[in-house]
Design a protein around this ligand. Structure first.
Ligand code: PAN
Ligand code: ZN
Length: 187
């Protein structure tokens, strides 16, 4: 049996994506994404790529974990800034993404190499079924801000994506974002 929790309330800034009270903030910089882009990042510094503001609860199957993600605009080569992407450690755990600001794409893939690319913009609710690896990509010029909620015992498995990547990349094309095959994908 998990412990009884007291009800509590958090406040999300719908434009900035920050959460009050601040409990658990994780920053990912370009150096944390080493090897995930086709091209080596050019230029100096180590820019912030995204921030996750967590609303932590005990990691049990009867709780719902939630967070906001603020994904900065930018590119490495032709690839847009993106999250690392992961599968859930407990593979069948599902998740919901609700976009508050910005414009993005949600790339999803199964172990069999099935792939989907879903739209993200203010108001979209993306359902991420269990067994689909997922990564979000900022294809706009402003921060992409979304709220995520998932079964709290899901856990995050980054290793598979770090090793194999996703089957497709989202890149800047002449007429806007394009989805292209990932030449380095090894399924
Ligand atoms: C999200 C992600 C968040 C950051 O809350 O964890 O957007 O992406 P990475 O975890 O891939 O770095 C989620 O999908 N949680 O399960
Ligand atoms: Zn997830």
């Amino acid at each position: 049996m998990s412990q009884m929790l007291e009800p509590f309330t958090s406040l999300v800034d719908l434009r900035l994506g920050t959460v009050e009270p601040r409990r658990d903030v994780v920053e990912r910089r370009l150096s944390d994404m080493r090897g995930m882009y086709l091209e080596e990042p050019a230029g100096g510094g180590d820019p912030l790529v995204y921030t996750v503001y967590g609303i932590p609860v005990p990691e049990t199957g009867d709780n719902v974990m939630s967070s906001t993600t603020v994904l900065e605009p930018g590119t490495v080569g032709r690839e847009f800034y993106m999250t690392k992407g992961h599968r859930h450690e407990v593979r069948d755990r599902a998740e919901v993404y609700f976009t508050l600001a910005g414009e993005g794409r949600l790339v999803l893939a199964t172990d069999d190499g099935d792939v989907r690319v879903e739209e993200m913009h203010r108001g979209t609710v993306n359902y991420v079924p269990g067994n689909w690896a997922h990564r979000s990509v900022n294809v706009g010029g402003l921060p992409l801000v979304f709220f995520a909620a998932y079964v709290a015992d899901a856990g995050h498995d980054y290793g598979t994506i770090e090793e194999h990547g996703f089957p497709v990349l989202v890149v800047a094309g002449d007429g806007g974002p394009e989805v292209v095959d990932n030449p380095r994908y090894s399924g």
